[in-house]
Ligand binder design. Structure first.
Ligand code: ADP
Ligand code: MG
Ligand code: ZN
Length: 588
């Protein structure tokens, strides 16, 4: 393992080898395996060290997490630990620091034990403001942000402004004020904000909303004040508030005991700063959230965060670009096909893609190879998607057969239904929540779904349950998720997509029924209509079920073979299913 790590390091760079950046989890693994010789930790939790074989490495210890266990491991494995004082330079006396760390570890341990959450909250108050508000000049540029052309276009103007605020001021133009980045976690919102600062070459002051809101009243508000004060001193500058929803939550909603009052005060202070703030100052405020529906309306009023930029999950094209950024400088196989990887990772965020590249590299290292190959990516992807595979040995035989039949049902229908997404892989290995999984790989990214596609999707979804009924003559509780998913889709087909002849060409937008609580907010249609909707949904589902049954009966022989293969091998590739069927593997 270590040799391989070395090999990879050498393949990438000419000697002397620069320190290998390892993830924290990897670092703990290395430490547990007794592979770490010495480490030096600085006040920010940055760790530089050396493996037993002399390989230098770097990592970061998440200081927000308690580290008693890590400390224990390190001590157990006789790792030489050094702490880097803020102003480096004085003697690093290992022996005097070891007991010190041990004592701190013990204190933290007992304090947490004794006082639970309360105490750790109080510890946070002692933190200096400097730790809550991060100040830096990022060297991140747009080269580090892949894809997202539209978003870039939107923020370009902000960069122009920050580069020469005086020009705008002379013309009497106001600055862009508050920009809110909206999007799921890991889509690069923080990255984007830093890139704006990097491109404009301005100070980047960042804080996270959750850090503003502390148990003790008044702390959050004063931190908001500090943040704006600091930004004025350093202008031109960017204020970045991450997780805006934790300060900006709707007021007057359900009360979370204790914190509500504090959160409101913090929010009020933020609103005050946003209003009192001269838009001609060279300051731009960027905030990010992945829960825009939680935000208090007051935050979105003109002059506050009135400009909203959506940062959605990356499209297939974006994913190719993001993968490109992250394989840059890594020793990848020249035949590596990023298009295919991107096609197989719909719904992955930028952060997950980065993780994928990292996992693929780890796979290569494990197998002692110096190049990262396509297979490494596939393996990494499976690991991420299917989660940690536990051995299914413990599953009772009967249950195992039931899962195999259920998954074979999904898989077979995905393979034979004309419009369904082709099956890529089926397994009866238990994943995080499911007992087995069937993976389909869309041939292209869909923006519009045809009626045929929707109906086939329903058949695939119901296929597991149908197979159980046809083959085992008995249903189980295992299909609850499938049923819920199918019912939701069928309901949308009737209510929103106008695909029910009985209903005719009507469509009610999803928002007509907020939170899906009919009656409370009123329905846009009559009671009778609801009855029609219900019966149409039921009809569509029954039709899909019948088609699923037909598919299984028509291909019963292949179906039974597939079940046996699954019981034998636990995982069957989509290509093998097409082979059993005597059909070519669908290609885009
Ligand atoms: P968010 O703030 O939206 O949760 P981050 O900015 O923290 O997401 O993204 C986490 C990581 O994911 C980034 O540091 C980067 O490595 C990767 N990433 C996300 N989006 C992109 C992108 N568009 N291009 C390149 N890398 C990306
Ligand atoms: Mg972020
Ligand atoms: Zn299922």
């Amino acid at each position: 393992m270590v040799v391989a790590l070395l090999a990879l390091t050498f393949a990438t760079f000419v000697s002397p080898p620069p320190a290998e950046e390892v993830g924290f989890t990897r670092f703990v693994e290395l430490a547990e395996d007794g592979n770490v010789e010495r480490i030096t930790i600085d006040e920010d939790g940055r760790v530089t060290g050396e493996l037993v074989d002399g390989t230098p490495f770097e990592t970061v210890v998440p200081t927000a997490l308690a580290q008693e266990e890590l400390l224990e491991t390190l001590l157990e494995q006789d790792v030489a630990i050094d702490a880097q004082p803020p102003a480096a330079g004085w003697v690093t006396a290992l022996i005097s620091i070891l007991p010190f760390l041990l004592i701190i570890g013990l204190i933290v341990f007992f304090v947490r034990r004794a006082a639970g959450g309360q105490m750790s909250q109080l510890q946070g108050v002692g933190k200096s403001k400097a730790q809550v508000i991060d100040e830096e000049r990022p060297d991140t540029t747009f080269d580090d942000v892949a894809g997202y052309e539209a978003v870039r276009e939107e923020v370009r103007e902000i960069i122009d402004y920050l580069r020469e605020p005086e020009r705008f001021q002379r013309a009497g133009a106001r600055g862009p004020g508050g920009i809110l980045l909206l999007g799921p976690a890991g889509t690069g919102k923080t990255l984007m904000a830093r890139a704006i600062a990097g491109e404009a070459d301005v100070t980047f002051l960042s804080a996270s909303g959750s850090e503003f809101v502390e148990m003790l009243v008044g702390v959050g508000a004063s931190r908001v004040r500090d943040l704006f004060e600091k930004a004025r001193e350093k202008q031109p500058s960017i204020i970045f508030i991450d997780e805006l929803d934790s300060v900006g939550r709707k007021r007057g909603g359900q009360t979370t005991i204790g914190s509500n009052n504090e959160q409101e005060q913090t929010l009020n202070q933020l609103l005050k700063e946003l209003d009192g703030f001269d838009p001609r100052e060279g300051i731009v405020i960027i905030a990010a959230t992945n829960r825009p529906e939680m935000l208090d309306d007051a935050l979105l009023r003109p002059g506050r965060f009135d400009r909203q930029v959506e940062v959605p999950l990356p499209t297939q094209k974006d994913r190719v670009a993001i993968l490109g950024v992250h394989v840059r400088g890594k020793p990848v196989d020249p035949d590596l096909d990023l298009e295919t990887i991107a096609r197989g990772t719909p719904g992955f965020s930028g952060a997950q893609l980065e993780n994928l590249v990292n996992e693929a590299a780890i796979t290569a290292v494990r197998d002692d190879r110096t190049r990262i190959t396509q297979e490494d990516f596939e393996e990494a992807r499976d690991r991420i998607i299917i989660g940690k595979r536990q051995s299914s040995d413990l599953m009772r035989d009967e249950e195992r057969r039931r899962v195999a039949v259920h998954e074979a049902g999904h898989a077979l229908i995905a393979a034979v239904a004309e419009h369904a997404d082709p099956v890529a892989k089926v397994t009866i290995l238990p994943a995080q929540r499911a007992l087995g999984t069937t993976e389909q790989l869309p041939l292209e990214e869909r923006r519009l779904a045809s009626e045929g596609y929707l109906n086939d999707t329903l058949a695939v979804r119901l296929g597991g349950r149908v197979a159980e009924r046809v083959v085992l003559d008995e249903l189980s509780s295992g299909a609850a998720n499938d049923l819920a998913g199918a019912t939701e889709l069928a309901t949308r087909m009737v209510r929103e997509f106008g695909l029910s002849p009985e209903m005719g060409p009507v469509g009610y937008s999803a928002e007509d029924e907020p939170g899906g609580v009919p009656g409370l907010h009123g329905r846009p249609y009559a009671e009778d209509t609801q009855t029609t909707i219900d019966s149409e949904v039921a009809r569509i589902l029954r039709d899909a079920e019948q088609r699923a049954e037909g598919f299984i009966n028509d291909h019963r022989e292949v179906f039974d073979q597939l079940v046996e293969r699954l019981l034998d091998e636990e995982l069957v590739d989509g290509a093998d299913i097409y082979e059993l069927l005597g059909r070519p593997v669908p290609r885009p």
